[in-house]
Design a protein around this ligand. Structure first.
Ligand SMILES: *[C@@H]1O[C@H](CO)[C@@H](O)[C@H](O)[C@H]1NC(C)=O
Ligand SMILES: *[C@@H]1O[C@H](CO)[C@@H](O)[C@H](O)[C@H]1NC(C)=O
Length: 479
């Protein structure tokens, strides 16, 4: 009887290895859009800076918030801490009045328990900022980095907004963005967290071209709003490649869906695929099936991360869905909530979750199948240990399908999918073999128990059935 139960369990576990195993968790915030900040929560937010310190805290600086009295969006320069174990927010109160002006789309990075650094972004008047500020986490004070000394300007990136940023343990790296003339930038800079100095990459200094306007090196086109991913190498997806874009909106179809890898050691860019000159809609293919024909549509302001297998994941943003209408010139882009994975071994994308049609509302139900973040752009995100990705707020669709400023915090947990992935990498094959061996051993062990069961006393009998029950529940939990 028990062995039969076990066989049924195995029959459930094996197919579950073959379908994607992604948990979507709603960590807090409201289902409805336009929520004001309280003492306990920053409320609705878009385009603040969010940095995870690789242990227990995420720091949020600035961005758009919602004012329920004026019913307007207002820019902030406050600093919040999120405890990633409890998902409780609290504010950090700087000791002096000296602090960065309110802004959106700053770059953020830091050294755990020591400092937070922010750079650039756009202020209330639309000015693209070039300042760098350091928040000292030990004495709770802001200090602006000096940009001039001995009568000359110290080298630093010119002002910008909607740049792409990566944060490593030693550096904040930025690429592109848009300057005050709404011009797309291509330059790449790194800020050393140790020396607190900016320097431009050599490959960036060499860009763009010879006298014929041809790019001499493999290098991404100037752009704003490109999605960044990192793990060892840095990756970049899409963005707005329009040379001049005054409204920062989708006006001329110049949203891109090209994917690039940047090798930090070699200071070199390699194109993986996609288009940078005109917007293409997404090729979603079959749900959760990788194919050479699959490729995500053009977009800006999505989020991306790299899992522990080294594969890329991407969620949401503003751009083209699976329909041809979504690439129509002079139309605003669609807000997206699609989830994609790019596997390097197969060089293929798979559509792993969400909707292939844009502008969909969020689902906040009890079970995994009734829960999914609504379409959104300009949200904030952070990644925990590669396989747990969090997204927070942004502009998008709430539970009623209405547009507004969001306050919800989500976790996209792909760790089971990464370990028992559909397309077996060498390590996955080993995991499956190990798993099967373990189950066979369990059957053997249980049949041995069963034999002893009949020889044992009444008292032992109860004890033993308890043991079996525990083992079986453990297995059930895993599927
Ligand atoms: C200014 O110049 C002096 C002498 O060359 C040097 O010691 C000092 O570090 C410089 N200050 C800055 C801020 O660069
Ligand atoms: C949120 O506020 C903005 C600005 O006032 C408004 O345009 C939008 O319709 C609001 N959304 C909802 C769902 O209330």
């Amino acid at each position: 009887m028990d062995n039969l139960k076990l066989l049924i369990t195995i029959a459930i576990v094996i197919p579950s290895i073959l379908t994607a195993d992604i948990d979507i968790v709603w960590n807090g915030g409201e289902k409805t859009a336009n929520v004001s900040a309280t003492a306990m929560s920053p409320g609705s937010r878009a385009e603040g800076g969010l940095w995870f310190d690789d242990s227990t805290k995420s720091y949020l600086f600035g961005g758009w918030s919602y004012n329920s009295i004026s019913k307007e969006f207002t820019l902030t320069n406050d600093l919040w801490v999120l405890d990633v174990n409890t998902f409780h927010w609290s504010t950090l109160k700087p000791v002096a009045n000296n602090k960065p002006t309110a802004r959106y789309s700053p770059s953020i990075c830091g050294i755990p328990s020591k400092m937070i650094v922010i750079y650039g972004g756009i202020d209330q008047d639309g000015k693209k900022l070039d300042d760098t500020w350091i928040y000292n986490l030990i004495d709770n004070s802001w200090e602006e980095l000096t940009l001039s000394g001995n009568g000359s300007i110290i080298s630093h990136p010119p002002g910008r907004g909607h740049q792409s940023s990566w944060c490593t343990s030693t550096m904040l790296i930025i690429f592109g963005g848009r300057n005050s003339e709404h011009k797309a930038l291509h330059d790449m800079w790194s800020f050393s967290l140790v020396n607190q100095k900016w320097s431009e990459m050599e490959s960036s200094k060499k860009y763009p071209s010879n006298s014929f306007g041809q790019t001499l090196v493999s290098y991404p086109k100037p752009r704003s709003g490109a999605t960044s991913f990192q793990q060892g190498s840095l990756y970049l997806f899409g963005g707005n490649t329009a040379v001049i874009d005054s409204g920062e909106t989708y006006v001329d179809g110049k949203y891109a869906n090209d994917l690039w890898r940047y090798d930090i050691e070699k200071d070199s860019w390699t194109k993986i695929g996609g288009f940078d000159n005109v917007c293409h809609s997404g090729n979603y293919g079959h749900f959760q099936v990788a194919s050479k024909n699959n490729w995500p549509g053009c977009r800006v302001k999505a989020t991306g991360w790299v899992d522990t297998n080294g594969n890329l994941w991407m969620f949401g943003g503003d751009g083209a869905d699976s329909t041809a209408e979504s690439v129509t010139v002079f139309k605003p882009g669609r807000l997206l909530n699609d989830l994609w994975r790019y596997e390097f071994v197969f060089k293929m994308w798979s559509w792993m979750g969400g909707n292939k049609y844009g502008n969909t509302g969020g689902k906040y139900g009890e079970s995994n199948s009734e829960r999914y973040p609504g379409s959104r752009t300009s949200f904030m995100s952070f990644n925990r240990y590669s396989n747990f990705h969090h997204i927070y707020g942004g502009m998008g669709h709430d539970t009623n399908g209405k547009d507004g400023l969001l306050s919800d915090l989500w976790e996209i947990d792909v760790h089971k999918e990464v370990v028992y992935g559909k397309y077996p990498t060498i390590s996955n094959v080993f995991m499956i073999i190990f798993g099967l061996c373990g189950l066979i051993l369990l059957i053997v062990a249980l049949s041995l128990y069963n034999r002893r069961f009949f020889r044992g006393s009444e008292k032992d009998k109860d004890k033993m059935s308890d043991t079996e029950y525990c083992m079986l529940t453990n297995i059930d939990d895993d599927d």
